[in-house]
Write a protein that binds this ligand. Structure first.
Ligand code: GLY
Length: 422
C-alpha cells in the first residue's frame, strides 16, 4: 500500500503540489483541506478550512494519513505540524515556533538581528505613541509600515512621507485594519535595489535551493495597479546567476537554518525568502514559511525528482540522501483572475475551455468550485495556465495561446508575464 498524504490550503499551489505528489509511485492517495475544484478531480477534498486545526487533525487520524506536506501559510503558526507529529504523522513543515519567521515580522526582525542576517533597519511597536515618536525621529524618506502577523499578503504599506507612515500606523494599531495581525507593527526604512525571491527545501540542518522564479505582484500590465497574491510567474528568473544564487544561499538562507537550530526550533519545510538585491548584496524583505503561489505552479513542473521522496527525506532530516534534479526547460504561468481582484469582484460564473488546452499544458485551479458537472469561479484568482518550452519564448507563447481558450465572465489576465525574459 502506498502513502496517504495530506495538504492544507485551497490555492493553485496545493493543486500543483497534489498533481506532483501523485506522480510518485509511493503515493496512494492525496487529501486536501479544503482544496478547490481542481484538487477535487485528482484528490479527496476535506471539509476543513486550513485554519481549522482540530478538524484537520481529526480528519488526518480518521483517514490514516501517513505524511503531511505544508504549503500554505496559516496552519503552521496555529500548530498543525506539532499536533500531527503528536499523532505520529511524519511532517514536512515548520513547527509553530519555527513558523514565526513568517507569522511574526517582529519576531523575524529580532531573529535576523540576533543572527546578523542583512535586512532593512526596522523596529517593532505596539502603541501608537511609541510608533509616532519613532517616525518623527527618522529623517525624511520612504518607510514601510507592516502588520507583524499574517495579513493575506496585504499587510505592508509603502509610505512616501512621515504623515503617511503615521496614518498607516494609526490604521493598523488603532483601527485594527488587519485585526490581531496588526496589534504589533514593524516600521522599516526603504531599501534600494531590485527584488527577487528564492525557495529552498529545508530539513532542519541543511537547505537546498530550488531554481529561481519571478512573480508578478501587481494586478495590471507594466507593474500598474494594486498588489495581489501574484498574477503570473516564470522560471528560471532572468538575472539570477549561479554566483548570485550562491551568495543568497550563504547570506540569507543558511544562517536561518543555523540560527533556528541553535535556538532549539530547527526549520523544517520550504523556506521562501523575499530578497532585495542591493549594492551591498542580498538583504531580506521578508521570510515566508511556505512555497509561493503562483511560483509553485511553475516550479514543480520543472522538478524531475520524486517530490514525495524529497519531502519525506527532508521531514526525516535526511535531505543529503536524495538527488534533487530540475528540468532545464523554462516554465511560464499566467493567472486568470476575476475582474476587480484584488478588491471587489463577483464569483459563481461558469468556466469554459478548461478541457481545451494542449497536451502538456497544465491548468492549476485556484478559486474554482465544482458545480453541475463543471466548474464555476469562487475567488479572485481563478486558475494558473502553465506551459513549458524549449525556450522561454516558446513557453510564454504556449501559456498565452492556451490561457486565451479559458473563458468566464469578467476574466482578465496580465499580458506581460515573462516578457522581460524573452
Ligand atoms: N506569490 C507571492 C506569495 O505567494 O506570497
Amino acid at each position: 500500500m502506498g502513502a496517504r498524504v495530506l495538504l492544507a490550503g485551497s490555492g493553485g499551489r496545493e493543486h500543483a503540489t497534489a498533481w506532483k505528489l501523485l506522480q510518485s509511485s509511493h503515493v496512494e492517495r492525496v487529501f486536501v483541506a479544503p482544496g478547490n475544484g481542481g484538487t477535487s478531480l485528482i484528490a479527496t477534498n476535506l471539509p476543513h478550512k486550513s485554519t481549522d486545526i482540530d478538524g484537520i487533525v481529526a480528519a488526518a487520524v480518521a483517514n490514516k494519513i501517513d505524511f503531511y506536506l505544508s504549503s500554505s501559510d496559516d496552519p503552521q503558526p496555529l500548530g498543525l505540524v506539532d499536533r500531527l507529529q503528536a499523532e505520529g504523522i511524519l511532517c514536512y513543515g515548520p513547527s509553530a515556533a519555527a513558523a514565526r519567521i513568517e507569522a511574526s515580522k517582529a519576531w523575524a526582525k529580532a531573529f535576523m538581528a540576533r543572527h546578523h542576517i542583512p535586512t532593512a533597519a526596522g523596529e517593532s511597536f505596539s502603541t501608537l505613541s511609541a510608533a509616532q515618536a519613532h517616525i518623527e525621529s527618522l529623517p525624511e524618506g520612504k518607510l514601510w509600515v507592516k502588520a507583524s502577523g499574517l495579513a493575506a499578503g496585504k499587510g505592508a504599506v509603502g509610505c512616501e512621507t512621515r504623515e503617511e507612515a503615521l496614518e498607516a500606523a494609526r490604521d493598523m494599531l488603532i483601527d485594527h485594519q488587519f485585526g490581531t495581525a496588526s496589534e504589533t507593527i514593524v516600521i522599516e526604512r526603504d531599501m534600494e535595489g531590485w527584488e527577487t525571491s528564492a525557495h529552498a527545501f529545508c530539513d532542519g540542518n541543511t537547505a537546498v535551493l530550488w531554481p529561481f522564479s519571478t512573480d508578478y505582484k501587481r494586478a495590471l500590465d507594466g507593474g500598474q495597479g494594486l498588489n495581489t497574491g501574484g498574477m503570473g510567474a516564470y522560471s528560471p528568473s532572468a538575472g539570477v546567476s549561479a554566483e548570485l544564487g550562491e551568495s543568497i544561499q550563504r547570506i540569507v538562507v543558511d544562517p536561518v537554518l543555523k540560527g533556528m537550530a541553535a535556538e532549539g526550533h530547527p526549520y523544517n519545510g520550504t523556506l521562501y525568502p523575499g530578497i532585495m538585491m542591493t549594492g551591498e548584496g542580498p538583504k531580506i524583505l521578508e521570510y515566508n514559511a511556505r512555497s509561493g503561489d503562483p511560483e509553485t505552479q511553475v516550479l514543480l513542473p520543472r522538478l524531475e525528482s520524486d517530490l514525495f521522496e524529497v519531502a519525506t527525506a527532508a521531514a526525516r532530516g535526511e535531505l543529503h540522501t536524495v538527488d534533487i534534479r530540475w528540468s532545464p526547460r523554462p516554465a511560464v504561468g499566467v493567472v486568470i483572475a476575476s475582474r476587480g481582484y484584488p478588491e471587489s469582484f463577483e464569483t459563481g460564473f461558469p468556466i469554459h475551455g478548461l478541457d481545451a488546452v494542449d497536451d502538456g499544458v497544465l491548468v492549476f485551479h485556484m478559486g474554482t468550485r465544482a458545480q453541475d458537472g463543471g466548474f464555476v469561479t469562487s475567488g479572485g484568482r481563478v486558475c494558473t495556465v502553465v506551459a513549458t518550452g524549449e525556450t522561454m519564448t516558446e513557453a510564454r507563447e504556449r501559456a498565452y495561446d492556451n490561457a486565451r481558450r479559458i473563458t468566464f465572465e469578467n476574466a482578465y489576465y496580465r499580458t506581460d508575464i515573462a516578457l522581460e525574459a524573452v
